[in-house]
Write a protein that binds this ligand. Structure first.
Ligand SMILES: NC(=O)c1ccc[n+]([C@@H]2O[C@H](COP(=O)([O-])OP(=O)(O)OC[C@H]3O[C@@H](n4cnc5c(N)ncnc54)[C@H](OP(=O)(O)O)[C@@H]3O)[C@@H](O)[C@H]2O)c1
Length: 242
């Protein structure tokens, strides 16, 4: 897979799945834009990509701040591939989650990707090509106690994936999503043993490594997936199949 001459923006590229994806895009020849809030981690990801012969830059952006997504899109400029990976996971019983946290999850997991697409897709349409990959979750497809707000926000992102595929496919822009199962990342470290308990429910019986999710993201963004549009690809060890 080659991304030579392409600019790829990965939100949440400073950690976990996004970091792994940024590295793989860099190895495949992309000019990678890594974004997140943490300058130190951002610099580390850029240095790793550059030390492997790739090209990358970091743009600091807080997607939870008013205007943050819009400012990121402006700073990024022309983007050929957008990976909406950054996400927040407000776990807990529905009657205990603060409504403000529910709204924040919807803002972060739905409205921020929406804003980035609205800002960046016109350029893709004008050029007649582009790819967008959204990062959902297996729990957008079934009810899991404690993950209602999170799952609902990602289910909205999945519907947007299909809507955008219909809207922009005719202009040569493909839009797809991955729906990962439990994956070891800095973001899931606080789950402790919980991730192993969840992983035990998958046919493959283990949690994923971030690289395994990243390689699917890179595939969906690549020309090798040139006829894949509007797909929600489970990368969950078989969990939603059973
Ligand atoms: N890990 C799993 O088990 C799993 C399973 C299914 C789906 N997913 C999805 O995969 C995606 C990545 O998850 P992960 O586990 O790799 O996450 P992670 O390790 O917690 O990383 C989250 C990333 O989001 C960025 N981020 C967080 N808040 C931000 C903000 N306000 N503004 C800008 N960036 C922000 C972080 O960057 P900074 O800290 O630098 O701001 C970081 O790069 C998420 O959408 C998640 O829902 C994960």
């Amino acid at each position: 897979m080659s991304f030579e001459g392409k600019t790829v923006l990965v939100t949440g590229g400073t950690s976990g799945i996004g970091r792994a994806a940024a590295g793989q895009f860099g190895s495949a020849g992309a000019q990678v834009i890594v974004t997140g809030r943490d300058q130190t981690r951002g610099r580390e990801v850029v240095d790793t990509i550059e030390s492997g012969g790739g090209q990358a830059r970091f743009i600091a952006a807080d997607l939870a701040a008013p205007g943050g997504a819009q400012q990121l899109a402006q700073a990024a400029g022309q983007v050929d591939v957008l990976v909406n990976n950054a996400g927040v996971f407000p776990f807990g019983p529905s009657h205990e989650i603060a409504i403000d946290d529910v709204k924040a999850a919807l803002d972060f997991n739905v409205v921020a990707p929406f804003t980035l697409v609205a800002a960046l897709v016109p350029g893709m349409v004008q050029r007649g090509s582009g790819a967008i990959v959204n990062v959902s979750t297996m729990v957008a497809s079934f009810g899991l106690p404690g993950m209602s707000a999170y799952g609902a926000s990602k289910a909205a992102l999945e519907l947007l994936t299909k809507a955008w595929a219909a809207e922009y496919g005719p202009a040569g822009v493909r839009v797809n999503a991955v729906a990962p199962g439990p994956t070891r990342t800095p973001g899931t470290e606080p789950m402790g043993d919980g991730i192993d308990q969840l992983a035990a429910t998958l046919p493959l019986g283990r949690a994923a490594d971030a690289q395994e999710i990243a390689s699917t993201i890179v595939f969906l963004a690549s020309d090798e997936a040139s006829f894949v549009n509007g797909a929600i690809l489970p990368v969950d060890g078989g969990r939603v199949a059973v």
